[in-house]
Design a protein around this ligand. Structure first.
Ligand SMILES: Nc1nc2c(ncn2[C@@H]2O[C@H](COP(=O)(O)OP(=O)(O)OP(=O)(O)O)[C@@H](O)[C@H]2O)c(=O)[nH]1
Ligand SMILES: [Zn+2]
Length: 217
């Protein structure tokens, strides 16, 4: 078992304490066991659909899906995959907003297991610590690699950053296309969904809120 980093433990505890953790139940399966079991179950799904698993193009699909779920699109369920976080002392005394726009965000809808495709904008006001920029993208990616609803994803990124930066002054906005809306069901190809979570001064101070929201648009 890989040990969890201190950051992963703190972020997980903060999410649990606020009721924002993804509903999960520990089953003590290793990654290899998960892949093996999903392969067997996907074989059954394809069988039931009447697909020929001896066809050379289909034969490996159960393994591919198992690998994709466990190691790729749902790997953010595993806190050993939480990114290494670099924080540096704010010796330069930055006290204005740092805003990272148009972060690529690809996730999976937990109701249909199809793609959510969008971008995130994240901002914070540096206090004691400044975070390595790419770590913001990596935190978005980590929580996106779970079955999600966009509202929870937005709040998880907010609370993770608040916990790591030890400051409430963080803002997150995500705009995305849900393929469960676009490619099935209501089949709406043009609508997008924006969700925003504001903390600290972004919530309480009108000018800061406006400055962030201007950057989102
Ligand atoms: N709030 C929220 N809803 C979502 C998200 N992703 C998908 N959904 C919605 O989850 C709902 C599930 O509704 P159901 O009626 O149980 O599922 P369904 O019969 O497939 O519904 P339709 O999509 O309307 O065909 C749908 O309205 C989806 O659009 C999300 O990130 N946030
Ligand atoms: Zn969906």
């Amino acid at each position: 078992m890989t040990a969890l980093s201190d950051e992963a433990i703190r972020v997980r505890s903060a999410l649990e304490a606020r009721g924002l953790e993804t509903p999960m139940r520990s089953n003590n399966l290793t990654t290899a066991q998960q892949q093996e079991q999903i392969t067997g179950l996907m074989t059954q799904v394809m069988d039931v659909l009447g697909l020929d698993l001896e066809d050379d193009s289909l034969a490996e699909t159960p393994q591919r899906i198992a690998k994709m779920y466990v190691r790729e699109i749902f790997s953010g369920l595993d806190y050993t995959q939480f990114p290494k976080i670099t924080l540096i002392d704010n010796k330069m005394k930055v006290d204005e907003m740092v805003q990272v726009r148009d972060i690529t965000m690809t996730s999976t809808c937990e109701h249909h297991f199809v793609t959510i495709d969008g971008t995130a904008t994240v901002a914070y006001i540096p206090r004691g610590k400044v975070i390595g920029l790419s770590k913001i993208n990596r935190i978005v990616q980590f929580f996106a690699r779970r079955p999600q609803v966009q509202e929870r994803l937005t709040q998880q990124v907010l609370l993770a950053l608040q916990t790591l930066l030890e400051s409430d002054d963080v803002a997150v906005s995500i705009t995305a296309t849900h393929y469960c809306v676009k490619a099935r069901g209501v089949m709406d190809a043009t609508s997008t969904t924006t969700t925003t979570s504001l903390g600290g001064i972004f919530k309480s101070r009108q000018e800061t809120r406006q400055e962030f929201l201007r950057g989102v648009r």
